[in-house]
Ligand binder design. Structure first.
Ligand SMILES: [Fe+2]
Length: 507
């Protein structure tokens, strides 16, 4: 008998868009490309029907639509008078916050200052959350040593060590400014409650260098954990705008690569200019585009890359990128972050793209942003980050995978840090740890994994916008399947997200 894993995944991914009817089973979903069908379903329902239900019959129709898509959605090139870009009449309203990027010599003392800043900031977030939940103050680790066994305390610190003890329990050492505490998470037994099982599963997701809090009882030299508390984001209302506008998200454009999907990108440019009827209402509303890094493929990013380049000059790669973006109407404001393939320092946080790559353009609607960077658009706060750390998060946290980037992104949001595990991807140890998520974003947008993924958590919309590069040899070897040319577009007045698929011929 089927346990309906695919149905569960589909229902989770469609949260807020449609309810999956109980007559759909895994057998109905076998052998279909789940990403593509999710995009179709979102597009089918994404027009504001609050109580949409996906029945088996409707699923069949949508899948049929997909097969017949090129014919059914045959789009004529429309007359320019048919294109009514409402976004043109709406005044842009944006603010950019580039993060602090401060070079240091990378001495041991620099790292101490850097990690202390992380600890201080995230501990403050935890304390604020604890106070608002009225569930007790956070103790300094040194102070708990004076208390007798049995007393309940809450401590917060950076994970310094994690290992399994001889008895199969989990030992986690937490360090704050005052000392180190040894916390024990007991391995659950058959008689353990659901709460204990859940705590064990959460404790196993602990990663080095993250800042967490633990509620537990003092027992000799240990604290026996009762609860693990993430800094987390509070449940908040998803921010909406007065104006009926839309924000499009893209990442990993990789201009200059032989595998850059030029045809699909040209189709996107035509769409933005109102040349296609397909989802034209969204193109008319699109006021902003946020691009989360890997703007170009770069030079020398990995061994033998030159064999995979269509443009082997970094300046010419950026010239081509800006040529393409200059075809987007000027009333659309575009925010370009950097990524690990871009021509800036590899260590994060990364600065904005230097002006030398942009000097021949100076387009008034293009804005260069750091990685990570915050962009507030008509009051909607977007945290953009390329996502380089997602590789180490997927390696380090059980349950995370390359096929679900949104899951790994959610783990970062809960930890209020964009790159918690030190050592796997380079970080600049500056005085100010700019990778701390100090403000709660309305939208958190990343790329890097070349795979689209979406979810919503406590009112924050999480988007991974995939790529504009076809499957690389590296991805074939790793078994990763990218989702090129799928453009998530978020309508901010109604809080509806759609995905525009540029992989099919429109005419
Ligand atoms: Fe990339």
């Amino acid at each position: 008998m089927s346990n309906n894993n695919l149905v569960t995944e589909l229902a989770g991914r469609l949260g807020g868009i449609a309810i999956v009817s109980s007559d759909i089973t895994d057998d109905d979903l076998k052998g279909i490309d789940i990403e593509s069908i999710i995009a179709r379903i979102r597009n089918h329902f994404g027009r504001g029907e609050a109580t949409a239900i996906l029945t088996k019959e409707l699923l069949g129709e949508i899948m049929k639509e997909k097969e017949e898509y090129p014919e059914q959605n045959k789009v004529e090139v429309v007359r320019s008078s048919d294109f009514k870009p409402v976004a043109k009449d709406i005044k842009e309203d944006f603010a950019i916050r580039n993060v602090d990027i401060e070079k240091t010599a990378g001495r041991v003392s620099d790292f101490a200052v850097f990690f202390n800043d992380r600890l201080k900031k995230i501990k403050a977030i935890i304390s604020e959350g604890q106070n608002s939940r009225a569930s007790g103050m956070v103790y300094n680790i040194e102070n708990i040593k004076k208390y007798a066994g049995g007393r309940e305390v809450v401590i917060a610190g950076m994970v310094y060590e994690k290992r399994v003890t001889q008895n199969g329990n989990l030992l986690v050492k937490l360090e704050d400014e005052t000392g180190i505490a040894t916390v024990i998470f007991n391995k659950p037994s058959k008689e353990s409650s659901n709460i204990d099982n859940e705590l064990w599963s959460t404790a196993n997701k602990t990663i080095n260098d993250e800042v967490i809090a633990v509620r537990g009882k003092i027992s000799g030299p240990w604290v026996i954990a009762r609860a693990l508390i993430y800094p987390d984001v509070p449940v908040h209302q998803h921010k909406k705008t007065e104006d009926d506008i839309a924000i499009a998200f893209m990442s990993d454009v990789h201009v200059g690569s032989k595998l850059f999907v030029q045809k699909q990108f040209d189709r996107f440019l035509e769409w933005m200019n109102g040349k296609h009827e397909y989802m034209r209402g969204l193109a008319e509303k699109t006021k902003y585009i946020v691009v989360s890094g890997d703007l170009v493929d770069g030079i020398g990013v990995y061994p033998n890359q030159e064999k995979e380049l269509a443009i082997d000059d970094i300046y010419k790669q950026y010239t081509e990128l800006f040529n393409l973006f200059s075809k987007i109407p000027e009333y659309v404001h575009i925010f370009l972050l950097t990524g690990n393939h871009d021509a800036v320092q590899r260590a994060e946080p990364q600065p904005r793209l230097p002006g030398e790559f942009y000097k021949d353009f100076k387009l008034s609607n293009i804005h260069l942003v750091s990685n990570p960077g915050y962009v507030t658009l008509n009051g909607v706060r977007i945290l953009g980050y390329h996502g380089t750390s997602l590789d180490s998060v997927i390696q380090g946290i059980p349950g995370c995978s390359y096929s679900k980037p949104e899951g790994a992104m959610l783990e970062l949001l809960k930890r209020r840090h964009l790159s918690p595990i030190y050592g796997d991807n380079p970080i600049v140890p500056s005085k100010n740890d700019s990778m701390v998520i100090d403000k709660v974003p309305d939208i958190m947008h990343m790329g890097h994994l070349h795979k689209n993924g979406y979810t919503e958590y406590h009112g924050t919309l999480i988007i991974n916008s995939g790529t504009w590069q076809a499957r690389t040899g590296f991805q074939v070897r790793m078994g990763h399947i990218p989702t090129p040319a799928m453009l998530p577009v978020h309508e901010t007045r109604h809080g509806v997200m759609s995905v525009v698929d540029f992989n099919n011929e429109f005419n």
